[in-house]
Design a protein around this ligand. Structure first.
Ligand code: NAP
Ligand code: GCO
Length: 260
């Protein structure tokens, strides 16, 4: 039920962090893995990291915000492997700037990468999924798909939008046997969160005291959810956001160690 042998998966932004961990989990279930990023050098480096786990990853450089680059990159993957069966829209970025200080160019850049790009990449991949009888789309959402926070307006707008883009993908494509779902990671230890994960930082204190599991998530914590949503096990799961967050969304105000 969870076997991905013979399936081709594209994980956008698979050069590190959550994308790499998800790619490794899908490879472990048998899928052929393709990843992109923006830099050839970083893609070369990541090939050897995958290689250490015995994974022969196929890499192609393209920027997910450029329709022309996405078209060229996906064409290269399709000419090598045929249709993409599993698409993980993972590439993303964040800017932590209060709204009154945020230039509109910065706001637009976050929306472009975190929201418009999943639209661009999915639109390019789905026609071939349809002609091959179906596929799986996994959009990497966030706690910020449901909550706001000071300083992350563009990110919250994008990830909230991505949650409903997932619902809309489901409404338009489920009839073609394409299951579109999302994963909502909690606070995960990657380069994206390095600056706010240091001892004594108020955000680090918040994560450590408010997460019922009592720790930051590791990127590997997301692997099981990804395999589930990429496999036949989820063939009637549509438009769902699966939160993998150590319980933080279930908790309003609980501080670890205090019995109040
Ligand atoms: P990360 O370590 O910063 O990795 C981001 C990845 O996205 C890199 O592989 C990067 O590739 C790629 N990327 C960024 N912009 C791109 C573009 N324009 N075109 C192509 N690739 C691009 O971040 P992460 O923490 O693993 O986050 C991955 C996803 O999970 C993001 O969507 C993020 O919002 C989401 N998320 C993260 C957390 C968390 O706590 N870390 C929680 C919830 C959701 P190159 O730099 O090599 O080009
Ligand atoms: C931050 C953001 C995100 C979160 C994640 C929560 O780093 O400031 O809040 O990166 O870690 O999106 O799901």
């Amino acid at each position: 039920m969870f076997d991905l042998t013979g399936k081709v998966a594209l994980i956008t932004g698979g050069t590190r962090g959550i994308g790499m961990a998800i790619a490794k989990a899908l490879a472990g279930a048998g899928a052929q893995i393709c990843v992109n990023g923006r830099s050839d050098d970083r893609l070369e480096e990541c090939k050897s990291i995958y290689g250490e786990d015995g994974i022969d990853v196929f890499t192609v450089a393209f920027d997910v915000t450029s329709e022309a680059e996405v078209d060229r990159g996906i064409a290269i993957i399709e000419s090598k492997f045929g249709s993409i069966d599993i698409l993980v829209n993972n590439a993303g970025m964040i800017k932590r700037i209060p709204m009154l200080d945020m230039p509109v160019e910065d706001f637009r850049q976050v929306i472009d990468i975190d929201l418009v790009a999943p639209f661009i990449v999915s639109k390019r991949v789905v026609p071939s999924m349809i002609s091959h009888g179906g596929g799986k789309i996994i959009n990497i959402c966030s706690m910020m798909s449901v909550y706001g926070r000071n300083s992350v307006s563009a990110y919250a707008a994008a990830k909230g939008g991505l949650k409903l883009l997932t619902a809309n993908m489901c409404c338009e494509w489920a009839k073609h046997n394409i299951q579109a779902n999302g994963i909502g990671p909690g606070y995960i230890a990657t380069s994206q969160t390095a600056a706010i994960r240091v001892d004594g930082h108020p955000f680090n204190n918040l994560v450590m005291t408010r997460t019922p599991a009592g720790r930051w998530g590791e990127a590997q914590d997301l692997g099981g959810a990804a395999v589930f949503l990429a496999s036949a096990a989820s063939n009637y799961v549509n438009g769902h956001i699966l939160f993998v967050d150590g319980g933080i969304l279930a908790n309003f105000g609980y501080v670890q160690g205090e019995n109040i």
